[in-house]
Design a protein around this ligand. Sequence first.
Ligand code: NAG
Length: 299
Amino acid sequence: MGRWRLSRRKLLFLCVLCTSLLLFLHLPTSPHHFSLSPSSTLCLSRLHRISWTQSPSPAWSWAKSENCRFRRFSRKHASELLRGAWILAAGDSQARLVVLALLRLLLDPTEVSTVEPDLFRRHSDYHITLPDRGIRVDFIWAPYESNITWLLRDIRHTRHYPDLLILGSGLWHMLHITNPSLYGTALTEIKQEAVSLLEPSGSLHPHMFWLGLPKLVNSKLNTEEKKEKMTGNMLEAYNWEVKWRGMPKGSSGPFMLLDIGLLTRGCGPLCTLDGMHYDGAVYDAAVNIMLNSMLIESQ
Ligand SMILES: *[C@@H]1O[C@H](CO)[C@@H](O)[C@H](O)[C@H]1NC(C)=O
């Protein structure tokens, strides 16, 4: 099986999308130090500038941005970009919701309704292949950081690298361990494993994404224990660890941060029933940000 990479056709598609960025073609040679053109860096930093409307249901759009033409992906375009890709997501329910959003983009609505019950079997893994497009999506239930570290270690040992890696956890740690600095230590281990994944495979490294924690609406949390432990201050301390331990690229880390915190604050408290899991629009925005960032970075 040939590894997935941006083919000429995908690049052509990319030209149509981001004409303004085409002047600079930087293929990543060294994963840590490859440089992006100033306009690419600018556009990456603007990807999260999204505005929200609420009626009749939550909807998002990108704020107008002069030099960046972001693209809302259709099924066809997402299939084109991801043709032949192995997408591996691991983490808690936020990661599961991102996988659902991705499948909503790739499948038609009737297919999604058959997929959903399996995807949402509590605390379980989920696998699907779309043979017509050569796409494989795996979700690994990994509520704790150590679960993710082990998974990355496995990947390193088997040398079987996914093309996209989408990771995120923290809510279980916050509820059951409730200790930001221990969370930070656990993140450091994930980061070390992730960085070592980048090294041997040279320019064919996976695109790696880290899901930030959602905004927690304390009054809506559905148990007393959650209300007590998952406070605004605790959330802030956990978020701070993600930055301070250098997970995101902006802080010298290996991950592009999908800032679920920002998106959930943007969508607002009306977008969540249980104070923690949000309307599908939030995760749809995250998936579109992810795909656009891959396009920008591939130049
Ligand atoms: C995740 O890690 C915890 C703590 O190390 C462990 O008890 C649990 O079995 C692991 N879960 C999975 C799904 O690997």
